[in-house]
Design a protein around this ligand. Structure first.
Ligand code: ZN
Ligand code: ZN
Length: 139
């Protein structure tokens, strides 16, 4: 599991730093932040720090695959989604902790609308039957 804390002196010494790797999403759970979305495996994090005059700029992207309910039939749909990250930190601090930024970006990236397929027939409004499995008896 990746540690999302980075040493500012290391970033400064190297004149910048790049990190990419898998990040366990389980680490961010426990706050029910992700609603009905269930992470499928770890997220892929790709960030780069660059040193400016009095600040350090962090730019990157986090991507993950989520299992979310289909908007129409509520069946599970796997959706890959990502969100860009960008933040500046003062050079005076000791450690840059990306946990909060990554968590926020993950929450933002979760698709709010997904269809298991474009022509999903959805559930019958009357009896609740899944019409992908055939017509129900309602007229
Ligand atoms: Zn569906
Ligand atoms: Zn029906």
């Amino acid at each position: 599991m990746a540690d999302l804390r980075f040493s500012v002196s290391e970033i400064k010494d190297q004149g910048g730093l790049a990190f990419n790797g898998p990040v366990s999403i389980a680490e961010f759970e426990g706050e029910a932040l992700f609603g009905e979305a269930k992470p499928k495996g770890p997220a892929a994090l790709d960030v780069e720090f660059s040193v400016g005059g009095s600040h350090i700029l962090m730019e990157g992207r986090v991507e993950a695959t989520w299992t979310v309910p289909c908007n129409r039939c509520l069946g599970p749909v796997d959706v890959k989604a990502g969100e860009d990250l960008e933040e500046t930190y003062p050079v005076g601090q000791d450690v840059i902790d990306l946990t909060e930024s990554v968590r926020e970006s993950l929450v933002l990236s979760i698709p709010s609308k997904a269809l298991c397929r474009e022509e999903c027939a959805g559930l019958c409004a009357k009896c609740g039957a899944n019409r992908n499995q055939g017509p129900c008896r309602c007229k």
